[in-house]
Design a binder for this molecule. Structure first.
Ligand code: GKR
Ligand code: MG
Length: 427
């Protein structure tokens, strides 16, 4: 049946987010997302989820009217219409969220609507999204336990305290891992680094390796270590790591690190576009690319990235920012359809306790998500939850993610310079 888009809705939401530490500072008490609905003439609704910062919302709203009348199968036409209405800007986004950078406006708007078009195509054909992408090559998509150093509570916020408690020492992070792995069954670990004194982070990697022998382990300091420090810690920790994620800034810095250590390096910071992919092919800065359909141009463009990784002999993994269930299901369909996505994907999902999809929180089984076979993405909206999270957006006062500004509430002198650490503290 031929159907066309008759209404487009973009709803900003805010959901609770714990005080997680990273290279840029600390998570604010609420994370922002946009929920995209493409309604068709026959009454179907295709869903998407994207960033919720003010710039992304404005870009999505500007394009929305131009999608009326579009056949959701015509993705090339979708791209043409988005391109005609969006302009890439100077790169001012948060360094840790490359998808929000000004130079990715067109790609992230295409991505947001492309996922919702896939949901519609699936509903129109009675096929799950993974079948539109070639079919699943795995029945369950594995995710990793994403650990963070964290404070016990937020300052000056109605959402102050989560039940995970403080994690500022190796023992506390091991306890966090035990709980997360116990509850979700994950079979690999990612530790967000670049936040505390590097010696503590190195001790934490060693403590995790001792507590979970043989479990694949990654650390991601988000480019907050100088090359020399990354070499020193890489030589110490390398044998414990599955891959070493963005320890040091720039492709050139990563290339030097790889030359000096031989370690496999991964990134979601320095290979975030086709142009950077090309430069990496010359420099050999990273050997594993972390995909993210929210800014690579959607599900099909991420499959093309996977093919390029295959051609250039690079590994492929997937990273995330704070997100809810529509993103999680899009990631799952995509990951299920990519044969060379051989690492467990990241997800922030265990850090959230709210949801916007009907049925509430999506359940992991044995560290993975069963790939749904229902038409489309396989999720629908809980309208009451959408309204509640939208009201939370209206009252929370946050309009752009600002981890450094949030950190200045705790430490007014915090500058958030990168790389912040050039050596471990002398003992
Ligand atoms: O949520 O603090 C965070 C992460 O650091 C996120 O912003 C990163 O984009 O998880 C991401 C990563 O792998 O770098
Ligand atoms: Mg990363």
């Amino acid at each position: 049946m031929k159907d066309t888009i008759s209404a487009v809705r973009v709803t900003p939401i805010a959901f609770r987010d714990p005080p997680l530490l990273n290279a840029a500072g600390i998570h604010e008490p609420y994370a922002l997302r946009s929920i995209i609905e493409l309604e068709t003439a026959s009454g179907l609704i295709g869903l998407g989820e994207s960033y919720g910062d003010a710039d992304t919302l404005a870009d999505l709203e500007r394009v929305a009217p131009a999608l009326i009348g579009l056949d959701p199968f015509l993705l090339n036409e979708l791209t043409r219409r988005v391109e005609s209405l969006t302009v890439n800007r100077a790169d001012t986004g948060l360094n840790l969220a490359p998808g929000t950078h000004g130079d990715k406006v067109t790609m992230r708007v295409v991505s947001a609507f492309e996922v919702a078009c896939h949901d519609l195509m699936g509903q129109l054909t009675g096929r799950p999204v993974h079948e539109l992408l070639g079919g699943k090559v795995r029945d369950s998509v594995p995710y990793s336990a994403y650990l963070f150093f964290k404070y016990a509570e937020h300052l000056n916020s109605p959402y102050q305290k989560d039940d995970w408690g403080e994690a500022l020492t190796p023992a506390q992070v091991v306890a966090q891992a035990q709980r997360m792995i116990g509850e979700y069954g994950f079979h690999s670990i990612k530790l967000k680094g670049g936040a505390l004194e590097p010696g503590i982070e190195a001790d934490t990697v060693r403590a995790l390796a001792a507590a979970f022998p043989g479990m694949p382990l990654r650390i991601d300091p988000n480019a907050n270590w100088s090359v020399d420090l990354a070499v020193e810690l890489g030589e110490e920790l390398g044998s414990l790591l599955e891959y070493y994620e963005d320890p040091t800034p720039t492709l050139e810095g990563m290339a030097e690190l790889h030359r000096r250590t031989g370690l496999p390096l991964a990134t979601n910071m320095v290979v975030t576009s086709a142009a950077e992919f090309k430069r990496n092919a010359t420099l050999n800065g990273v050997q594993v690319v972390l995909s993210d359909h929210h800014y690579w141009g959607g599900l099909r463009a991420t499959q093309q990235l996977a093919a390029m990784c295959g051609t250039f002999g690079l590994g492929l993994s997937m990273h995330s920012n704070s997100h809810l269930g529509i993103s999680l299901m899009a990631m799952t369909h995509l990951a299920a359809s990519v044969p060379n996505l051989t690492y467990a994907c990241d997800t922030h999902y265990p850090w959230q306790d709210e949801e916007v999809v009907a049925g509430g929180r999506i359940k992991f089984e044995n560290g993975g998500l069963k790939v749904p076979d229902a038409p489309g993405l396989g999720v629908t909206l809980d309208r009451d939850a959408l309204e509640r999270l939208h009201q939370q957006y209206l009252t929370c006062g946050i309009r752009r993610r600002d981890d450094a500004g949030q950190m200045r509430r705790y430490d007014p002198a915090f500058e958030g310079l990168t790389p912040r650490f050039t050596a471990r503290a002398k003992v």
